[in-house]
Design a protein around this ligand. Structure first.
Ligand SMILES: *[C@@H]1O[C@H](CO)[C@@H](O)[C@H](O)[C@H]1NC(C)=O
Ligand SMILES: *[C@@H]1O[C@H](CO)[C@@H](O)[C@H](O)[C@H]1NC(C)=O
Ligand SMILES: *[C@@H]1O[C@H](CO)[C@@H](O)[C@H](O)[C@H]1NC(C)=O
Ligand SMILES: *[C@@H]1O[C@H](CO)[C@@H](O)[C@H](O)[C@H]1NC(C)=O
Length: 805
C-alpha cells in the first residue's frame, strides 16, 4: 500500500514536474486528447529526443502564430530568428490567445483558432480506432502513429520550403519558397519534379510561369528510372542525390552536421550547413551566383542589374513607374499607351547590353536594325525588340526578337545585345532626360546606357568576345552551343557520368571549393609559383579542371557575404585577355581564389628572354589593352585594376596575354564599411600614376598610366624599378624611365616619334619589326603616361589606335 502511494506520488511528480518547476514543457509526445497551446508559445513545445528540433507555435506577426518545426536554439536566441523547417498553416496564421494544436481521440490532428467562430485552420484528416500519438523524431520529422505503431501522417511528406537530410522529395511533394524573409506565406518559386521527372526551379506567379533552372538552354534529360517515380534526398554528409542521377554536393561534404536544402524567398536554391546550434548557417552550395538570372525578381517592365553590395538592383524601364514601391515583384507600369494606329508616332529607346528572356513574338534572323524596327512598328502588341548577334559563326548574323511582354530583364555588360523599347515619340525626350535612375554612375569613362537610337553601328568593340554569356543571355536552345559551352567551361575530361555535375556547375557559373580539396590539389601548398600583394599563388591539380593557379589571400578583412559578392563579379568576367577564375574557397579564415594556369608564366619572367620578339611584344601590348578596356567598359565600380605591371600580365600557350589580379584591389582593401574606396595608396612602385600622390580623384586613367609604363618597359627593356631603396613618397622610379624616354624622343626631330623608335628599342630583342607599327606603339605609350590624366587616352582608344595597324 505504502509503495503504491509512493509510486503514485512519484508518477505525479514526474508527470507534473515541468509545470511545477515552471521550466519548459518539453513534451516528447503528444497523446490523443491533449493539445499544445499558442498561449505560451515558448513553453508549450514538442521536442525531438536529441533536442535538435522543436515544434510549436512560432510568432509570425502581431499576436499571430503558425505551427512550425524549427531547429532548437540556445535560450539567448530570439524566437524570431529561428530557422523554420516546416509549417502547418503558412497561409493562415492563427491568433495567439486561444489557438491550439489538438490531437483528437479520433486520430485527427487539428489546428484550431478559437478567436474566430469554430475554425479548423489546418488538419491531417487522419483517423484511428486506437489512441494515437504524435512524436517529433530525431530527423525533424513529425510523425503521427496509431497504437500499433502504424504511421498515419508525417510532416516529411508535405514539405514547405525546406528539405532536411533523409527527407525524400517526390513527385507529390514540392518546395515552395516563402513570400519574403519575414512573410512565410507561399511565394513564387518552386522546386519540383516536372512531368518529365527532371528537377526544376520554376517561377510561378498568378499570370506567369517559367523554368529558370537548370538554365533553359541547358535542358537536362528527365527520365524515370524506377516505377515508383523520381525521388531525391539530401543525406547528412551533404549530397543531394536524385534517382535520375542528378547530384549536388555541398562544399563541406563528408561531415555529419546540421544541414538543410531550402528554396529561399529570392528564388535561389541553397544548401546550408552549420556545426552547432546557435551558429549562423553557411551556404555550401547555391544554384545561382547572379540573382538576376532568377526570373521574376524585378517584375515586369524592369531591369535587374547585379550589384556587388546588395546582390541585385531593380529599376523601371524608361517611361515606366513602379507599381508597388515596397515590392519589386509587381514590376512597373508604363506611363503611356501604345496604340496600333499611327506607327510613325513611335520611336525606340535603346537600352544597351540588355536581355529580356522569353515572350518573343518570334525569332527573325539576319534582320537589319531598320527591318527589325519596321517589324516591331507593324506589330500592334510589340513592346520593343531585342537586337543581338550570335558570337559564333561567320559572317556574324544579327537577330531580331520582337517582344510582346517585357519580363526577366537583365542588364549586364557582357551581354551582346541591346533592347529597343517602343515609346511614343512625344515622350521620347522626357524619358531620356528624366533618367529614371538609369544612368549608371561610373567615373568618367562610361558607356552610355541609355541613348536615342542613332543607327550607328553599335558593336564597335568587335574584340570583346564573351561567347558563353552572350549566348546564354540570348537564351537560344542550340545543341551546338550546349556542346560548345561544355568544352569551353570544362574542357577537361568530360564523360556522361559527370554530366549532371556539369549541369550544376554551369548553373552556378563557377565553383566553390573546400579548403581540403585545394590543400590536396596543391599537395599542401607545396609549389609556389608567384607572390603578390594579395597573397601567394600555388600550382595545383584539380580533378574537374586540370592544372590551376591557386591564390591564397593573406589579408582580408571582409566578411563572407562581401567576399562572395565580390568573387561572383570577378567570376563572371569572361574575356580572352583576362585571366579566368574557376572558383574560390571561403572557409573559416581561409580565402582562396582558383584561376586557370598559364604555362608561360608572367610577362615579367619573359621580358628579358629572346622568346618575346617584336611581333609578340606588339601583340602583348594590344591584348593587354583589350583586357583592360573590357574591364573599364564593364562600368562596374571595381573595374579599376590599380596594379597593372608585368607581373600581373600572364602569357598563355601562344604568348597571348591575360591580365591577372583584377578586382583584387577591392577584395583586399575594402575593410568593411568604408565608402572612401581608395583611401589607401595602391599599386606598385614604378608603375603608379601621379594621381595617387597628388590627391586627385582616382579614375581608370591610373591603369592607363601603368599600362603606358609597361609598354615602355617592353620597348626599352628598362625596368622602372631600378632603385630598390627609394622610399620617397613620390614615385620617382617611373620618373627615371620616363625622363630617359622623353630625352630620347626630344633628341630626335621634334614630335616625330617614329624616327626615334630605334633609339629606344632594345637592340638585342629579335625579330623583324615594322617601324611604323612600333612608332605607333611608342606614341600611344607616351600618351598614356601623360602627367595630366585628362590628356591620356582611354583603354578603348588605345585599342583602336593599336588595332588600326
Ligand atoms: C504575406 O504575403 C501575402 C501574399 O502576398 C499577403 O497576403 C499577406 O498579407 C502578407 N502577410 C504579411 C504579414 O505581410
Ligand atoms: C545516388 O542515388 C542512387 C540511387 O538512388 C545510388 O545508386 C547512388 O549511389 C547515389 N549516389 C550517391 C553519390 O550517393
Ligand atoms: C543575310 O542577308 C544578306 C542580305 O539580305 C544576304 O546576302 C546573306 O546571304 C544573308 N545571310 C544569311 C546567312 O542568310
Ligand atoms: C566627370 O567629369 C566631369 C568633368 O569632366 C566632372 O565634372 C564630373 O564630376 C566627373 N564625374 C565623375 C563621376 O568623376
Amino acid at each position: 500500500m505504502v509503495t503504491m502511494i509512493i509510486s503514485c506520488l512519484l508518477f505525479l511528480a514526474i508527470t507534473y514536474s515541468p509545470l511545477l518547476s515552471a521550466s519548459k514543457t518539453n513534451h516528447l509526445t503528444l497523446i490523443a486528447g491533449s493539445s499544445l497551446s499558442a498561449t505560451k508559445p515558448d513553453l508549450d513545445v514538442l521536442t525531438s529526443p536529441n533536442n535538435i528540433f522543436s515544434a510549436g507555435f512560432h510568432p509570425v506577426g502581431e499576436n499571430t502564430y503558425c505551427f512550425a518545426i524549427w531547429f532548437t536554439e540556445p535560450p539567448h536566441i530570439r524566437s524570431r530568428s529561428r530557422t523554420i523547417v516546416w509549417m502547418a498553416n503558412r497561409e493562415k496564421p492563427v491568433n495567439g490567445r486561444s489557438s491550439k494544436l489538438t490531437l483528437l481521440k479520433t486520430g485527427n490532428l487539428v489546428l484550431s483558432d478559437a478567436s474566430q467562430i469554430s475554425t479548423t485552420v489546418w488538419e491531417t484528416t487522419t483517423f484511428s480506432h486506437s489512441l494515437s500519438q504524435l512524436h517529433l523524431e530525431e530527423t525533424g520529422n513529425m510523425v503521427l502513429r496509431n497504437s500499433d505503431g502504424d504511421v498515419l501522417w508525417r510532416s516529411f511528406d508535405s514539405p514547405t520550403d525546406t528539405l532536411l537530410p533523409e527527407q525524400p522529395l517526390t513527385r507529390f511533394g514540392k518546395l515552395v519558397s516563402s513570400r519574403s524573409q519575414t512573410n512565410f506565406s507561399s511565394g513564387f518559386y518552386k522546386f519540383v519534379f516536372d512531368s518529365s521527372n527532371a528537377l526544376r526551379l520554376i517561377y510561378d506567379s498568378f499570370q506567369f510561369s517559367s523554368v529558370y533552372w537548370p538554365s533553359p538552354w541547358l535542358q537536362s534529360t528527365g527520365t524515370a528510372p524506377s516505377s515508383k517515380g523520381p525521388i531525391a534526398m539530401l543525406d547528412s554528409l551533404g549530397n543531394f542525390n536524385s534517382s535520375n542521377g542528378f547530384l549536388i554536393s555541398s562544399s563541406d561534404y563528408g561531415v555529419k552536421i546540421q544541414r538543410m536544402l531550402r528554396i529561399d524567398s529570392d528564388g535561389n536554391l541553397r544548401l546550408y550547413s552549420r556545426k552547432n546550434r546557435g551558429e549562423k548557417w553557411a551556404v555550401t552550395w547555391q544554384a545561382f551566383t547572379d540573382p538576376c538570372q532568377i526570373h521574376g525578381l524585378c517584375g515586369a517592365n524592369s531591369l535587374c542589374r547585379y550589384s556587388p553590395d546588395s546582390g541585385r538592383e531593380c529599376s523601371c524601364l524608361p517611361g515606366h513607374k513602379i507599381r508597388n514601391p515596397t515590392d519589386w515583384s509587381n514590376g512597373c507600369e508604363p506611363q503611356f499607351t501604345l496604340s496600333c494606329s499611327k506607327k510613325e508616332e513611335y520611336s525606340f529607346v535603346k537600352i544597351s547590353n540588355t536581355d529580356f528572356y522569353g515572350y518573343d513574338y518570334g525569332l527573325f534572323p539576319n534582320y537589319t536594325l531598320q527591318a527589325c524596327m519596321d517589324l516591331c512598328l507593324d506589330l500592334c502588341d510589340c513592346m520593343g525588340f531585342q537586337y543581338s548577334y550570335r558570337q559564333w559563326g561567320d559572317p556574324r548574323i544579327f537577330e531580331c526578337y520582337p517582344k510582346t511582354i517585357l519580363r526577366n530583364g537583365i542588364q549586364e555588360p557582357k551581354f551582346f545585345g541591346d533592347m529597343f523599347l517602343k515609346v511614343p515619340k512625344i515622350h521620347l525626350l522626357s524619358f531620356v532626360n528624366s533618367n529614371d535612375g538609369f544612368g549608371l554612375d561610373c567615373s568618367n569613362n562610361t558607356i552610355t546606357t541609355l541613348a536615342i537610337t542613332t543607327y550607328t553601328k553599335s558593336h564597335a568593340n568587335v574584340f570583346v568576345k564573351s561567347m558563353l554569356w552572350f549566348a546564354c543571355g540570348v537564351g537560344i536552345l542550340e545543341v551546338i552551343f550546349v556542346i560548345c559551352v561544355r568544352c569551353l567551361l570544362f574542357r577537361a575530361k568530360q564523360n556522361s557520368d559527370e554530366d549532371t555535375r556539369t549541369r550544376a556547375l554551369a548553373a552556378t557559373g563557377f565553383k566553390r571549393f573546400s579548403f581540403d580539396e585545394l590543400k590536396m590539389a596543391t599537395r599542401g601548398f607545396a609549389e609556389e609559383i608567384g607572390r603578390g600583394a594579395g597573397g601567394v599563388v600555388y600550382k595545383g591539380n584539380l580533378s574537374d579542371f586540370g592544372i590551376a593557379a591557386i591564390k591564397r589571400l593573406s589579408e582580408t578583412y571582409q566578411g563572407e557575404a562581401e567576399f562572395l559578392a565580390e568573387v561572383n563579379v570577378i567570376g563572371r568576367v569572361n574575356h580572352m585577355n583576362l585571366i579566368r577564375m574557376w572558383g574560390y574557397c571561403s572557409e573559416g579564415m581561409h580565402r582562396l581564389l582558383v584561376y586557370e594556369y598559364l604555362e608561360h608564366g608572367s610577362l615579367k619572367a619573359n621580358l628579358s628572354t629572346k622568346v618575346l620578339d617584336w611581333k609578340r611584344r606588339y601583340e602583348i601590348a594590344l591584348g593587354t589593352a583589350r583586357g583592360l578596356a573590357y574591364l573599364h567598359e564593364e562600368c562596374l565600380e571595381w573595374v579599376l585594376h590599380c596594379d597593372v605591371k608585368p607581373e600581373n600580365i600572364l602569357l598563355g600557350s601562344d604568348y597571348q596575354p591575360k591580365v591577372a589580379d583584377f578586382g583584387l584591389s577591392k577584395l583586399l582593401n575594402r575593410g568593411g564599411l568604408g565608402k572612401a574606396r581608395f583611401s589607401k595608396i595602391r599599386g606598385t612602385r614604378g608603375y603608379m600614376a601621379p594621381e595617387w600622390v597628388t590627391n586627385q580623384s582616382i579614375t581608370s586613367k591610373v591603369d592607363v598610366f601603368s599600362y603606358g609604363i609597361v609598354v615602355l618597359e617592353m620597348l626599352s627593356g628598362r625596368s622602372p624599378c631600378v632603385n630598390e631603396e627609394d622610399n620617397g613618397i613620390v614615385d620617382t622610379q617611373s620618373r627615371a624611365l620616363l625622363a630617359w624616354v622623353r630625352e630620347k624622343v626630344n633628341e630626335s626631330d621634334g614630335n616625330n616619334v617614329e624616327s626615334c623608335v630605334g633609339k629606344i628599342m632594345e637592340s638585342w630583342i629579335e625579330g623583324e619589326y615594322d617601324k611604323e607599327k612600333m612608332g605607333v606603339l611608342l606614341g600611344v605609350s607616351l600618351k598614356c603616361v601623360e602627367e595630366d590624366k585628362d590628356q591620356r587616352p582611354t583603354m578603348s582608344q588605345v585599342v583602336e589606335m593599336l588595332q588600326g595597324h
